[in-house]
Structure formats: structure tokens, C-alpha cells
Ligand binder design. Structure first.
Ligand code: SF4
Length: 642
């Protein structure tokens, strides 16, 4: 039986586990990427892992998210990332060089390589044939330290493309069509693998638009074969030596499959407030708009911005519209200036932003109250643009550009055929904003006052004797545990400061109680830790000395974050014990390692109540070891014998 492309790459990188779908596997990681928003924590974790140099073949640290320097915090983060990158042998892409996914596709991604990135749109590199996966920061730090990653063997979903797009339909419309069909939950646990004769009609930037927004399907990743179009792209980048041909075997087997006829795709939009709320543009025509934003890691290639410039050439942006352009990379911006397309964009009245994420995460250019924004981006969740009342539509550059002229959602089918004539690509490469480890050999890691060391736990020891410092109800979210928001965001690399706000929506004295009692235990109801995957919701309690949470049940991702932090997630064997335990009860757990040798039950003595409480540790053997080491970083260090 033949293998599909995903299986081939995994097989080549398999370290342990079976290729059966849903089994636990460990694979070799060739490369990693980080962006600054998640990167500071990743590099604090890397430092805590206590290694000399990274073990991956190539790792890159980008600064593209938080580039506004309205205070010292972001600038300090950038300097920290630059110096830590130099110390460990990581490439550093300077602020202004571009968005991590666009630059990575141009300069680093290789067909057949594995890539792990601390950003959910890492699968963009699947457009060039990499197996590119977005992961938590700690996973990326560990991958840099030992070049491996543990995951579940995914199911592989085959999307067969036939025919050819008819302009003005674009690659963006293909992925919007798929999102409308399969929904934002349609890809969980799956890799979307593209095949069929329609593949060769798509360029690498077009394929990358599709794999980028595969993240919106909830997929593990998406991947295209590597073919003559891949070679063409790599030649333009001066990287033809990185080319290898890759495709599925003719008799490859897939878990699921659909066929899409590209000739039937029409211009579409994802309507507020979800990327799968998709409608054809023909049903939305005439909707008044106040902002158009072209760019982001989804649609800011040279081709995307050149077609926008062609449409806008000699025209004027509508008086009620603000048009902003965020080029994906310095390479793209330079090429636009060389071809003259930049002049056309400036002439029509566009506001040119620096190469970075910018408006995509509300870092500037938030629309006005009740504004309607048409964006070529990948997400339109309520409030993400920085204005809660704004309505964001996701569209192609063609639809965005023509709508900017008319001040309302406009179908690009009204444009004459000439606009869609082939765009001639040319080669221009200048990597002077990428510092190689050799050019940036920092010995000293510079940490401004806002950057504090990663908090490390310790193994549990013979007796854990602490008080219950908090008792909460069912359905506590990670937002309750560690609130986010604009005022706390600049402190993502300062866990000691953030911890002062831990549980503040429920008990503003929580941090004080922990400090007065030298840590403690938390008692909770059902579904503890639901909501966002925020790692800080485990790190802040770790910093405050929380040793275990006793709950009726846990949300999956938060439970994993607690384990990584060395905090025991313990489930009441008798849920009625929850009712009896009170805040400030003295609890003693003896010889937790010894108790776990005989199974997964732990006896905790409630000295205040004078009774034993039975708790269950529902984890894998590996997770048990992580907990007994005092967290994932200590576990990794013990495996290396450090
Ligand atoms: Fe994330 Fe937007 Fe930046 Fe892409 S452009 S990496 S989606 S913030």
C-alpha cells in the first residue's frame, strides 16, 4: 500500500511510535520559528533548559507582532530576542524585515523539512512542501533543545483540485470555499493534503495562502506537493539547491477525501465574526465599508500587492474609506518599489505601513466605532482588530482593492480582463535584515527590567504540606485564572508581575494569600481551566507556589499546561469531598512518588477535617514522570543527565 505525502515525511522523521493514525509519535524537527509575541517566553524557557546551542538545523526568531515602541517594553523584548538568538545560534529577523510566515517561505522553508513554530499560522510553509506545525511555546523551546516533537499521528484528508481558477476568483476564495464547507472545527486532528491536476495551476504564494488559512479549519497542518512550480519559486529566491520533488504515491490511501473544481470557485467573503461564515460576494455587494486593509501573512506576496496596485492605478480611494497596506516582507516592498507598483499604491491614497502584522492583531489601524473593515487577512473574530463594535470581512486582494475605490463591497467581476493578465515575477534578494548566528554572536543576553526569568518548579519531595488558598466553582476559565487585556499584555515576559493579577476577577487577594502561606492548593469544580490555551494560567500559579489543583474535572489543554508546570491536576474520587473541603484547610500528601508506584490514586490527609481525601491522577506514564521531576523543563534536563 502506497503512502501519502504526509506519511512519507513523517516516516522519514519518525523517532518512535507507530504510523497508525491516532498513535503517539515522536518526530525529528529540522527547523523552528518564533515571533516576538510568543518568542520572549519561548526563549526564557530555552534558557531554563540550560543548553549550549540549539540542535535544530535552522531556527529563526522573528520580530513582527509588537513593533510599536510607545514605551520601553517592546524595544526591550526585541533586544532580548536579538541577544538570546545570537547566544544560542538562532537566525534573527530584525523588526521591519517582515511577517514570520512570509519571510520564512521566501528565505528558509524547504520541501520535505519539518518545521515547528510558536504561531498558529506556521502551516503557511506547507505551500512549499514542508510539514509545518504550530505548537505551544514550551514545545518549540524543547524542539530547539533536542530537535524532537511529540504528537498524535494525524488523519490525512485529501483535497483533490481539478480544473483552473477563472479570474477574478483567487486562492483566497478556494480556502474560503473550503472553510464554508468544512467549518472552523472541520480540521481538528487532521492534515489537509492537496493533490490533483489543479495543483500545478497554483503558484507557491497562492498555495501558501491556502495552507495559511488551513489553520482556521483547526487542522494540524496543510501541505502541497513539491513540483516544477516549487522549483520556479526557489529559483527566484536563489535557493534551487533546496528543491526536491515530493508527491504522494499513486496508490496512497487517505482517511477522507473531497474534490474541488477550481473553475466553479467565485469571489467570496468570510462575514463577521468567523472565518467560516462564508458568502459569495454577489450576495454582499453594496455593503458600505469604512476601511480596507491589504496584507498580513495570508495575502501580502508580491503578486497580491501588485494586483491591488493594478486595480488602484490612476484611481482614488473613496473619501469614506481608509486604505492601509502592510507588505509581507522587505523583499516584497522593495520589489514593489522597483516595479513602480508602490507609486500606484501611494498615488491612489493608500497608507503604507511597515512590513509586519500591524492591523491584523489591532496593533494600530483599529477601525472606528461600528466601522466596517474589508481585510485580506485570515481572522475576523469580534474585537481582534482592536474595535469591539467593528465588523470585519475577509476577502481577496482583488475584492479589497476594487471595493476601496467604490466605498462599498464590490464584485471584482466588474474589472476588465486586462487587469488579470499574468504578473511577471522577477528575482530580488537582500537578506541584510536577517542576522545569521555568525553575524550576531552575542555572548551576553540583555534583559531589560520587564524581562524576568522563567519560573521553575521543584520535584514534590517526601511531604507536601500546604493550606487550601482558594475554592472555586465549576467552569473556571483561563481568563479567570490569568486575565489578559491591553494593560497586562506588555508583561508577557514578566510572570512575577503578572502573578499579582492571578485570579483577580474572583479573589483579588489570591496572590497575597499565596505569598503569606508559602503557596498552597486550589479546590475547583467541574471543567477547571476551560477557554483559551493561555500558558500563563499555569505559570502564574506555579510562581505563587501552587502545588496541586483538586477538581471534579479539568479542561484538556489547561491540564497539559499544569503538568508541564509541575502542578498536579488531581480529580476527586468522591465528588462529594469537594463540598466538605474549605479554604485554609491544612492538607498533607505523603510520599507522592511512592503512592504513584502502585497506581494512580493519591491519598491526601485533610488535617482540619480529620479525614483522608482520595484523589486520582489521570495522566500517561510520561506525564507522571514530568510531574515527579517538577515540570517539563526539569524532565528534559533529567533526560539529558544535566
Ligand atoms: Fe498572526 Fe496576523 Fe501576524 Fe499572520 S499577520 S502572523 S495571523 S498576527
Amino acid at each position: 500500500m502506497g503512502l501519502n505525502l504526509t506519511q512519507k515525511i513523517i516516516k522519514e522523521h519518525l523517532i518512535s511510535g507507530s504510523m497508525e493514525s491516532q498513535s503517539d509519535i515522536e518526530i525529528a524537527i529540522d527547523s523552528t520559528l518564533t515571533q516576538d509575541s510568543t518568542g520572549t517566553m519561548v526563549y526564557l524557557q530555552l534558557e531554563a533548559l540550560d543548553i549550549d546551542k540549539i540542535k535544530t538545523k535552522c531556527s529563526v526568531a522573528y520580530v513582527d507582532h509588537n513593533m510599536l515602541q510607545t514605551g520601553f517594553e517592546n524595544a526591550d523584548d526585541h533586544l532580548y530576542i536579538k541577544t538570546v538568538a545570537g547566544k544560542y545560534g538562532i537566525h534573527f529577523s530584525r523588526p521591519g524585515n517582515g511577517i514570520c510566515h512570509q519571510v520564512h517561505l521566501e528565505r528558509f522553508a524547504k520541501p520535505g523539512w519539518t518545521l515547528l513554530g510558536s504561531d498558529s499560522h506556521t502551516p503557511t510553509a506547507g505551500g512549499i512542501g514542508s510539514l509545518a506545525i504550530g505548537a505551544g511555546g514550551l514545545d518549540v523551546a524543547v524542539a530547539m533543545s533536542n530537535a524532537t516533537y511529540s504528537m498524535v499521528m494525524p488523519k490525512v484528508y485529501n483535497i483533490v483540485l481539478k480544473g483552473k481558477l477563472n479570474p477574478p476568483a483567487t486562492a483566497k476564495d478556494i480556502i474560503l470555499y473550503i472553510l464554508g464547507k468544512l467549518s472552523v472545527k472541520g480540521g481538528v486532528g487532521k492534515v489537509f493534503e492537496y493533490s490533483g491536476e489543479g495543483v500545478k495551476t497554483l503558484s507557491i504564494p497562492e498555495r501558501a495562502t491556502i495552507t495559511n488559512m488551513g489553520a482556521e479549519l483547526g487542522a494540524t497542518t496543510s501541505i502541497f506537493p513539491s513540483d516544477e512550480r516549487t522549483l520556479e519559486f526557489l529559483k527566484l529566491q536563489g535557493r534551487e539547491k533546496d528543491f526536491v520533488e515530493l508527491k504522494a504515491d499513486d496508490d496512497a490511501v487517505y482517511d477522507e477525501s473531497i474534490t474541488i473544481d477550481l473553475s466553479k470557485i467565485v469571489p467570496m467573503a468570510a462575514c463577521p465574526h468567523s472565518p467560516d461564515n462564508v458568502k459569495p460576494i454577489s450576495e454582499l455587494e453594496g455593503t458600505k465599508i469604512t476601511q480596507v486593509a491589504i496584507g498580513s501573512c495570508t495575502n501580502s506576496s508580491y503578486r497580491d500587492l501588485t494586483i491591488a496596485a493594478r486595480i488602484l492605478k490612476g484611481k482614488k480611494v473613496h473619501p469614506d474609506v481608509s486604505l492601509v497596506i502592510s507588505p509581507g516582507s522587505k523583499q516584497v516592498l522593495t520589489k514593489l518599489s522597483m516595479s513602480g507598483a508602490l507609486k500606484d499604491l501611494i498615488d491612489c491614497g493608500a497608507r503604507i505601513l511597515e512590513c509586519g502584522c500591524g492591523p491584523c492583531i489591532g496593533m494600530g489601524q483599529a477601525p472606528e466605532t461600528n466601522g466596517v473593515s474589508l481585510r485580506t487577512f485570515n481572522r475576523n473574530f469580534e474585537g481582534r482588530c482592536g474595535t469591539k463594535s467593528a465588523k470585519v470581512y475577509l476577502v481577496s486582494p482583488e475584492t479589497a482593492a476594487v471595493s476601496a475605490i467604490y466605498g462599498k463591497i464590490t464584485n471584482p467581476t466588474i474589472l476588465g480582463e486586462d487587469v488579470f493578465k499574468d504578473i511577471e515575477e522577477f528575482s530580488y534578494v537582500n537578506d541584510n535584515m536577517i542576522l545569521t548566528p555568525e553575524e550576531n554572536p552575542s555572548k551576553e543576553v540583555i534583559k531589560g527590567p520587564n524581562i524576568k526569568p522563567f519560573p521553575l518548579n521543584t520535584p514534590p519531595g517526601d511531604i507536601i504540606s500546604k493550606k487550601v488558598v482558594l475554592k472555586v466553582q465549576d467552569n473556571i476559565t483561563t481568563d479567570h485564572i490569568m486575565p489578559s487585556g491591553a494593560s497586562l499584555l506588555p508583561y508577557r515576559s514578566n510572570v512575577p508581575y503578572l502573578s499579582n493579577f492571578c485570579f483577580s476577577p474572583i479573589d483579588p487577594d489570591f496572590a497575597k494569600k499565596c505569598k503569606e502561606n508559602d503557596g498552597g492548593f486550589i479546590v475547583a469544580g467541574e471543567n477547571y481551566g476551560q477557554g483559551s490555551s493561555r500558558e500563563h494560567a499555569a505559570l502564574a500559579p506555579l510562581y505563587l507556589g501552587i502545588k496541586a489543583v483538586f477538581a471534579k474535572s479539568f479542561a484538556r489543554i489547561h491540564k497539559a499546561n499544569l503538568i508541564n508546570s509541575g502542578i498536579f491536576p488531581l480529580i476527586f474520587k468522591n465528588p462529594s469531598d469537594y463540598d466538605e473541603i474549605n479554604v485554609f484547610d491544612e492538607i498533607e500528601i505523603k510520599d507522592i512518588a511512592g503512592q504513584l508506584k502502585n497506581g494512580n490514586t493519591i491519598i491526601a490527609a485533610d488535617k482540619t477535617l480529620g479525614k483522608d481525601i482520595e484523589l486520582v491522577l489521570d495522566v500517561t506514564e510520561r506525564e507522571k514522570e514530568i510531574l515527579l521531576c517538577g515540570g517539563y523543563i526539569n524532565y528534559m534536563k533529567s533526560r539529558r543527565g544535566k
